[in-house]
Ligand binder design. Structure first.
Ligand code: NAP
Ligand code: F7E
Length: 337
């Protein structure tokens, strides 16, 4: 029988790659999509534009238990990937209450609706390396204590605890992936990797001259989102529910990311990067690097992309997209009366 999966956050970076992965595996894919008044619909579903005739989208919001309950009541889902969240750490400092509300209550609503209506449905929670925050050991593994440094990190610890509690209290198949940063050409423009790749492309094309950043010394374990959604899928195929760290095991600074990204188009980052204090955070997570031995041995997961390949793909993708737009604008100008 065809398996049915529900993806919350299907319009996001990971949701779009996961939808592709599940469709490829023959799943019937459903997605939860909220309505946002200010944005044009074609822009909001941009990442899944090529999938719109293959997936079933349902209107709902993480702030509304009735909307979630309604969707869960209509379909007999086998798997639920709960990816929707306010995922930008800096924004969680600006509006911590909204982040907490969406990320904690939204996760609780999902779990409560599944317990009530579909207790056999397998549940994936999008945990994060931000839960390790002020790290207690290097590298970080499943047993490393959490010390979150932002409202976002705190909300993810709460989501992780809720997920484990539903597993232990109600014997549901609930797991958390503790995923380290993962990126790609579909990454939101506010995150540092995409901000860098996009600005590098703009500078190369003469559309910008400088790149303003905050802390250049922060270190992250950056992988590719395409590799990471496969780990999510694998976690739900195990005989027992458990939590897993997913990471490359390599750490690079923001400065190094800049160096590689500018070098990709033959430029020197030192001539364009400007430190702007406005992009620093009240509390920083200085160094993240994951030990994914458990995911590699139990799930058989491993990343395919290297750091260099990730940076190259992001810069080249932005360069292509912007060149097309620029070319289009130039041809529009030359054909205007
Ligand atoms: P993303 O691109 O920011 O996508 C977030 C998704 O959540 C979007 O589809 C967004 O919908 C949806 N959403 C936000 N608030 C919502 C609400 N109130 N109701 C319904 N939907 C809502 O994030 P991502 O990078 O794909 O990450 C997926 C998940 O993994 C998130 O939970 C994130 O916190 C977690 N995570 C990400 C990383 C990473 O490095 N990418 C690492 C660890 C954990 P709209 O399109 O309407 O905004
Ligand atoms: O910041 C530094 C910033 O916003 C990375 C989310 O997906 O991964 C992501 O969270 C680092 C930080 O990602 C700028 O201070 C410097 O140290 O790209 P980011 P993040 O905060 O690591 C985790 C695992 C998640 O779960 C989250 O959902 O880069 N940085 N200058 C900057 N960051 C930004 N955004 N912009 C700057 O100008």
């Amino acid at each position: 029988m065809t398996k049915k999966a529900l993806i919350t956050g299907i319009t996001g970076q990971d949701g779009s790659y996961l939808a592709e992965e599940l469709l490829r595996r023959g799943y019937e894919v459903h997605g939860l999509v909220r309505r946002v008044a200010l944005e044009a619909p074609e822009r909001r579903t941009e990442r899944i534009a090529h999938l719109l005739d293959k997936v079933n989208l349902h209107p709902a919001s993480l702030e509304s238990y009735p909307s979630i309950f309604h969707i869960v009541s209509r379909y007999d889902f086998d798997e639920c990937y709960h990816l929707a969240a306010q995922s930008f750490v800096a924004e969680s400092f600006a509006d911590g209450f909204s982040t907490m509300n969406t990320n904690i209550n939204g996760t609780h609503y999902m779990l409560a609706a599944l317990r009530e209506l579909r207790p056999q449905c397998r549940f994936y929670f999008a945990g994060s390396s931000e839960m390790f925050g002020k790290v207690r050991e290097v590298p970080q593994r499943e047993s490393t204590p959490f010390h979150p440094r932002s409202p976002y990190g705190i909300s993810k610890v709460a989501g992780f605890d809720l997920t484990r509690n539903y597993r232990e209290a109600y014997h549901m198949f609930c797991v958390s992936g503790i995923l380290f940063n993962h990126e790609g050409p579909r990454r939101g423009f506010e995150f540092v990797t995409r901000k860098i790749s996009n600005t590098v492309a703009r500078i190369k094309l003469g559309l910008a001259t400088e790149l303003k950043l905050g802390n250049l010394e922060a270190q992250r374990d950056w992988g590719h989102a395409k590799d990471y959604v496969i780990a999510m899928y694998m976690m739900l195929q195990q005989s027992e529910p458990d939590d897993y760290v997913v990471a490359t095991g390599e750490s690079h600074s923001v400065r190094e990311f800049c160096e590689r990204a500018f070098a990709e188009v033959g430029l020197n980052y030192k001539e364009h990067v400007v430190v702007d204090e406005r992009f620093r955070r009240p509390a920083e997570v200085d160094q993240l690097v994951g030990d994914s031995t458990k995911a590699r041995t139990v799930l058989g997961w491993r990343p395919k992309y290297t750091f260099d390949e990730l940076v190259r793909e992001m810069v080249q993708s932005d360069l292509e997209t912007l060149s097309r737009t620029k070319g289009h604008e130039v041809s529009k100008l030359s054909s205007s009366p």
